[in-house]
Design a protein around this ligand. Structure first.
Ligand code: FAD
Length: 224
């Protein structure tokens, strides 16, 4: 655990419900790492665009990747900055009124300076990080990336200048006048769950002699 904070800065001060805000680097990093995807916002051809995509974090850097012609990534690099958000859906918070009902969540908004990762060796390393961000331990199980795949892929490094987290959790908060109403109130926790793997039925897999990899076994074992 560190005492490092990533805000509040000019762009990241949470104004609504600031008691739910945190700028703690460890918390922000943990939310970024747990998130399976992010949304990146930029101005593309004069218009605001936000798109879902994958990310991988390492220290204060968040990496994005896509095709060399990816319009959003090109716009991010051209402007030199991006705004990235992730949200973890933690469940329902059902109050006795619709007004006080909400969901439990942990979210992060990060602003950073964007640059292209040009060096081939560094690109390979970062793309392995991506594979492991999707499924820890998978990078050593797949075949190495070809030079052509490397050339086709644009990798962008976003160095986090400032970031904020917002966490909504805990019991519901009904207003005093509603507490005795005969209406169910409470929380319904939620989590991401992976079902039984469905093997491919082509190539060597069709022969049925390829074992479930360690990465997938760990994934499934960890959620029991
Ligand atoms: C799943 C989900 C559902 C939500 N539903 C609603 C809704 O229906 N209505 C609603 O009004 N709000 C909702 N929110 C909260 C919303 O994200 C904003 O926090 C809020 O609307 C505006 O806060 P603000 O005025 O302080 O933000 P602004 O002043 O507009 O933002 C200032 C800065 O605060 C930080 N910030 C703001 N929101 C967040 C956040 N969620 N996480 C991390 N940093 C943040 C950012 O750095 C941002 O640049 C929801 C949040 C989540 C995660």
């Amino acid at each position: 655990m560190s005492d490092e904070v990533l805000g509040p800065g000019p762009r990241t001060r949470v104004r609504r419900l600031p008691q739910k805000a945190s700028y703690d680097a460890d918390l922000i990093h943990a939310i970024l790492d747990e998130a399976h995807l992010c949304h990146v916002a930029a101005i593309v051809n004069g218009r605001a665009v936000t798109l879902p995509t994958l990310h991988a974090r390492e220290g204060r850097a968040i990496y994005l990747h896509g095709s060399q012609s990816n319009a959003l990534l090109r716009a991010v690099v051209e402007s030199g900055e991006a705004c990235l958000t992730v949200t973890l859906y933690d469940g329902l918070r059902l109050a006795r009124s619709g007004f006080e009902s909400s969901i439990a969540y942990r979210s992060v908004v990060a602003y950073g300076a964007a640059t292209i990762v040009e060096d081939d060796e560094e690109k390979r390393r970062v793309l392995d990080l991506f594979v492991d961000a999707i499924l820890p331990g998978r990078a050593i199980e797949v075949r190495p990336m070809t030079d052509q795949e490397l050339r086709l892929t644009l990798v962008v490094r976003l160095s986090i200048d400032e970031a904020s987290a917002k966490v909504s959790s805990g019991p519901t908060e009904d207003v005093a006048g509603d507490l005795d109403l005969p209406i169910w109130s409470g929380t319904v926790p939620a989590r991401l769950w992976f079902d039984a793997p469905v093997p491919a039925r082509d190539g060597a897999m069709a022969e049925g002699d390829v074992d479930l990899p360690a990465s997938v076994q760990r994934l499934l074992g960890g959620q029991r």
